[in-house]
Design a protein around this ligand. Structure first.
Ligand SMILES: NC(=O)c1ccc[n+]([C@@H]2O[C@H](COP(=O)([O-])OP(=O)(O)OC[C@H]3O[C@@H](n4cnc5c(N)ncnc54)[C@H](O)[C@@H]3O)[C@@H](O)[C@H]2O)c1
Length: 441
């Protein structure tokens, strides 16, 4: 049965904490697409199709015709940053997009000026700025963010908002008592508990207002019981963590293939160089640790060494990120994969991906924003596991292992859309129509 989904009427405000390389590449890209200057490549919501019904029916509508998504012309952007640069200046600084393209959307980008950020340098040691809110408690800061959102909504005449965290990766922290319940969390906000990170304050503010929140960085942020509870209380979708781009994207494409063919892996060495501000932030060991944990989890979940000790029991997995300014946003990654086959004979695979970090991340921001808005209108609240497809370290309910295999993630995403629209789920069994075809011959 088709789920009830409210129509995407009126304007959708996409609010972004962190107007750096990813956010500005995303915003500039959407504005360029709106003007017909460029195409939204890499975005499933804009370029993808979905099969409906049997393979023999040949029904493959565009995803944005199949489900009621917000249209690009109905989107407005806003955000917060500790730097005062408007989105045009920040995009120039990020050096991802070429000048002619940026120039063609200069007016739109210049009009987006960052609101004052909630920032705490103890969470991101390598940067500091002046565009920062000051208040006596973290609770007051959250209230200021709520006021920002309400004012933005009013000024821009939005009917709905979503928030996507594109801020820097915060230092590594683990769950403590303050994260365990809404009550503890709110007390912690009022007593300035140092285990409450700025990103959590943004997430809290969004969820209080019922605004969907997606986390593009590996920080804990909304992956704590207090905020999961709040999301349920306010009927709000959440998802995270860490956009799946570059090297991890490749890993979750290649590893399921090796696993599918029962090929063994004895080692997987991954290294990267990148020179953007994200790379500079990750040059700090406490911030790198957050990213490392996110990147390392992927292979174990795909290979399941406990089920396949002969194939993956001895696998050594190492991930390095090196800050190297000359490359800017154009990250280069190397993977050396030591595999073995029939009778244990060793082989090697080398992957050298010369990627563009923000070019890969921008369409993910768009898809997450549009799908989170859809989820909200479809009254789906709490963790949106069907969006794991976009994330390196997908958030799941406690005790549930995340799914990292990109192909299974895609099937889950597509089946969720089919389920929302009351269409049959696709199992790829196909025996029913196989028999029909045989009978008709
Ligand atoms: N580009 C990718 O492929 C990719 C992939 C996965 C995750 N990410 C994550 O996405 C995030 C953004 O990446 P980027 O390349 O745009 O980095 P960036 O350094 O260019 O931009 C981050 C911006 O966030 C701002 N910021 C930091 N803390 C803030 C706060 N508390 N409030 C408001 N603004 C804040 C910084 O001033 C900066 O302008 C990073 O956490 C990164 O790890 C990026």
């Amino acid at each position: 049965m088709k789920q009830h989904i409210k129509p995407a009427e009126g304007k959708l405000g996409i609010l972004i904490p962190g107007l750096g390389a990813v956010a500005t590449t995303f915003i500039a890209g959407v504005e360029a697409v709106k003007k017909g200057i460029a195409k939204p490549i890499g975005s499933l919501t804009q370029m993808g199709n979905i099969r409906i019904g049997k393979r023999t029916e040949n029904r493959n509508p565009a995803i944005n015709e199949f489900v009621p998504l917000a249209q690009l012309n109905d989107i407005v952007f806003g955000g917060w940053d500790l730097y005062e640069d408007n989105v045009y200046e920040s995009a120039l600084n990020a050096k991802v997009l070429e000048l002619p393209l940026l120039y063609s959307v200069k007016d739109e980008l210049e009009s987006i000026k960052p609101m004052k950020a909630v920032f705490d340098q103890s969470y991101v040691a390598n940067i500091n700025g002046v565009n920062i809110k000051k208040a006596a408690t973290k609770y007051d800061l959250a209230m200021e963010l709520i006021a920002d959102m309400e004012q933005f909504k009013l000024l821009n005449n939005c009917s709905r908002l979503v928030m996507v965290w594109c801020g820097s990766t915060e230092k590594y922290i683990e769950q403590t008592a303050v994260h365990k319940s809404i009550q503890n969390f709110e007390e912690g906000l009022k007593s300035n508990d140092d285990q409450i990170a700025p990103s959590m304050i943004y997430a809290y503010a969004a969820l209080k207002l019922g605004v969907p929140f997606a986390n593009g960085a590996p920080n804990l942020t909304c992956d704590i019981p207090a905020l999961i509870e709040l999301a349920k209380q306010t009927n709000t979708p959440i998802c995270g963590k860490d956009f799946k781009t570059g090297q991890t994207l490749m890993k979750t494409i290649v590893a399921p293939g090796l696993h599918a063919r029962a090929l063994g892996v004895s080692g997987w060495f991954s290294t990267n160089i990148l020179g953007n501000r994200d790379g500079y932030v990750l040059d700090n060991p406490a911030n790198f640790k957050t990213k490392e944990v996110s990147k390392l989890s992927v292979l174990d979940e795909i290979f399941k060494p406990e089920l396949n000790p002969d194939l993956y029991g001895e696998m050594y997995h190492k991930v390095r990120i090196n800050y190297y300014p000359p490359r800017g946003d154009n990250k280069e990654s190397w993977d050396n994969i030591d595999i073995f086959g029939w009778l244990g004979y060793p082989m090697q695979i080398k992957i050298n991906f010369l990627c563009r970090d923000s070019i890969l991340a921008a369409p993910i921001v768009l898809d997450l924003a549009l799908f989170m808005d859809l989820a909200k209108r479809a009254e789906m609240c709490g963790i949106q596991e069907w969006l794991s497809f976009y994330l390196k370290s997908p958030q799941t309910l406690e005790g549930l292992p995340p799914e990292h295999d990109i192909f299974k993630q895609l099937i889950k995403l597509q089946n969720t859309l089919r389920h929302m629209m009351g269409e049959d789920l696709i199992t790829h069994l196909g025996l029913d129509y196989y028999q029909e075809l045989v009978d008709s011959m």
